[in-house]
Ligand binder design. Sequence first.
Ligand SMILES: Cc1cc2nc3c(=O)[nH]c(=O)nc-3n(C[C@H](O)[C@H](O)[C@H](O)COP(=O)(O)O)c2cc1C
Length: 448
Amino acid sequence: MAACASTTAERSDQGVIDDVPASLTLVPSRKLGGFEFYEKVLKRSRYFLAPMVDQSELAWRILSRRYGAEVCYTPMIHARLFSETHNKTYFAEQWQTNATDRPLIAQFCANDPNFLLQAALRIQDQCDAVDLNLGCPQGIAQKGHYGSFLMEEWDLVARMVNNLHTHLDVPVTCKIRVFPEVERTVAYARMLEAAGCQLLTVHGRLREQRGHKTGLADWEKIRRVREAVSIPVVANGNILYPEDMEACIKQTGVVGVMSAEGNLYNPALFAGRYLPSYELAGEYMAICRETPTALAYIRAHLFKLFRPSLPLHTDLRDRLAKARTHEEMESMVQDLTTRLKAEAELAPPFNINLAPKDADGFYILPHWIAQPYIRPPFDPKTSTKKRPVPVPVPRPTGSTAVGPGPVTTATATPPAFVEPTPSSLVVTPTAGPSPETLAGKSYTPVIP
Ligand SMILES: Cc1cc2nc3c(=O)[nH]c(=O)nc-3n(C[C@H](O)[C@H](O)[C@H](O)COP(=O)(O)O)c2cc1C
């Protein structure tokens, strides 16, 4: 393990710390770390389900593991709230796992080493590692002073990582975004490693790349980080299709890939499969029957799973938006399943190897097949905050082509539904002017 190697704090010209802040007391750790942890505990896994607020909940993890996800992350948990032993509601809402839900990495956002440690101590015996979210770019993270808004506060970050490294029985891992400069990104990663981080996920986008500015992740920066550290690195970003996973591993040399949106739109992504959305939705609903799951989470999943079909079945889209009970959602899923099955039966059997591609090289898939959401590329000249909504254009009767036809961005109806924020997740950030909702504002879901 390189974690305890050095206490040297060299400073670069930019005033950033290259290695460990001098303020840290580093103690040797006997628990598994780095590649040993990766091999023995994470079993050399290659497919990592991303932490996703409101979306990587237990029910979704169960589904994703059935389809190839090997290591799963919990949604981000607010460390201070979670550390409050009297706050039983927040704990119960945020912590849900079972014996088969392993390997599991619990993710926290924090800006205080003590709260973070107290929060992690509560669940360390039910997970395989504790992750620090250093990548959240949302306004709520800026107000709450966490996630990617700690990218300039290396001393604080190092103290939080080191506190977990020193006191927990399980390893600490980190998830970061990249800086504009690759050297700074590499220095940041090395600082985290030196502070005790045992596995690093690099999301190859800048803090500014979010919402309509999401754009592409930079795999080259991920490769440079991987070369510079001695701990396992997981790559995150640009994983839309199964073939992207191998391409990413090959190009960056990482141990594995993490997917968030790719998995949400096609939960069979890690298994390299293209399955009917209604089959996956049915399976997920069956899991939810056994695994208590908030209605808002289910709704958001169904909107993504059925995204290409809902513009063609707007009455059911409205029912999904308005459903107030699990039964209403189940009935909507059943009705859409009946319709989609009927459409699928009339079409030629689906075969990904025969699927046509559009001008940009993206597959054109039947709308009833779970498929990635292709974000329109960000163009600063033409882009507005309002992102166009792609709508599949039905093919003329008699067409033999597979799929719904080209996707246009012109004729979209605005979303009929705005996902509500569960009121139970209203929190007051440690630092920040006013009460904010953690879940609803952290990661604005893409609603069709
Ligand atoms: C709905 C949603 C919720 C997310 N929540 C979290 C989170 O809790 N913690 C985190 O570190 N990143 C979160 N992210 C970011 C993802 O983990 C991931 O870094 C990002 O989406 C890029 O990966 P992708 O290109 O595979 O989507 C979230 C993303 C989405 C779409």
